[in-house]
Design a protein around this ligand. Structure first.
Ligand code: BG6
Length: 279
């Protein structure tokens, strides 16, 4: 069915949904169901995509806003050995609903997930994108089993920051965090700046934060989260990743909305994790 403003493009046998609207343009990958680009009219892309991202469906896409579910980070417990950041970055997705007008576009997508996996997890997921001059990304999880289930997730957005050495996150000042590089709990002094490998889970439950860059401020709002993850691999760790272009770490910063601690969902209970960003 043709959708207004939306065209499909194909490369490397993968499908991408390209939305060209008077207020913005955007690109969503069918593989991973993730946003790759969001450009408000007249602006530069808010998102960063690695120049050497692998887009052929053989591994999660390095950039845009990958969706992590039903856990954040390495798999543990009964799922040990399963993929880092869960399953849905590696699945194909399909459009379930699409609505548009001259002001906005809303798309609801679901992963094409086997009955076996749904049964094993006892959870179902979909994502809703709402675009205008901002974009909101919503991961909706429901417990479809008759037992209590635990879920974690993250919206792992890679922001285009032009120059990481002149980028900061002022609102996180004073916030406690787990430093995954140093392996200890810390408290943030002043705005977050990045000049080395940074992998931190900030225990920040407030809604609003922002990324200040030399030429613009990216406004971010979170809902349903227990943490904000800040990640930049820096030079050496990026060089060890085949899909991370060598100078990419200088112009990106991941600021992720996360449920990193896991929440319990009673049968039929639903939860939403949301990130919204704009200039
Ligand atoms: C971040 C994690 O969210 O994602 C990091 O905090 C991790 O530890 C990074 O390295 C990238 O993960 P991946 O699986 O996309 O390489």
């Amino acid at each position: 069915m043709p959708y207004p403003y939306l065209a499909e493009s194909t490369s490397d046998e993968q499908t991408f949904y390209v939305i060209t609207h008077p207020k913005f343009s955007a690109k969503i990958s069918k593989f991973g169901g993730q946003l790759l680009s969001f450009i408000p009219q007249g602006q530069n892309d808010i998102l960063w995509l690695s120049d050497s991202a692998i887009l052929n469906g053989s591994k999660p896409i390095r950039g845009g806003a990958p969706l992590c579910w039903p856990w954040f980070g390495p798999a543990a417990g009964e799922f040990e050995g399963e993929p880092q950041h869960g399953y849905i970055r590696n699945l194909l997705w399909e459009i379930k609903e699409y609505q548009s007008n001259e002001q906005s576009v809303e798309i609801n997508l679901s992963p094409i997930i086997s009955n076996e996996l749904t049964e094993k997890l006892g959870l179902a997921v979909n994502v809703v994108y709402r675009f205008d001059t901002s974009v909101s990304i919503e991961i909706n999880t429901s417990n479809v089993s008759d037992k209590t289930k635990t879920v974690g997730c993250a919206i792992h957005s890679y922001f285009n920051v032009e120059d990481i050495t002149q980028t900061s996150l002022p609102e996180l000042s004073g916030c406690s965090y787990s430093d995954k590089v140093l392996g200890k709990e810390q408290v943030q002094t002043g705005a977050v700046t990045v000049n080395a490998e940074t992998d931190r889970v900030y225990h920040y439950e407030q809604a609003k934060l922002s990324i200040s860059t030399p030429s613009r401020a990216i406004k971010i709002e979170h809902q349903g989260h227990d943490s904000v993850i800040v990640w930049n691999p820096w030079q050496q760790t990026a060089a060890n990743m085949a899909d991370f272009d060598n100078n990419g770490y200088l112009s990106m910063l991941c600021v992720e909305a996360g449920i990193t601690k896991g929440v319990s969902l009673a049968p039929r209970q639903e939860i939403t994790l949301k990130q919204r960003f704009s200039l």
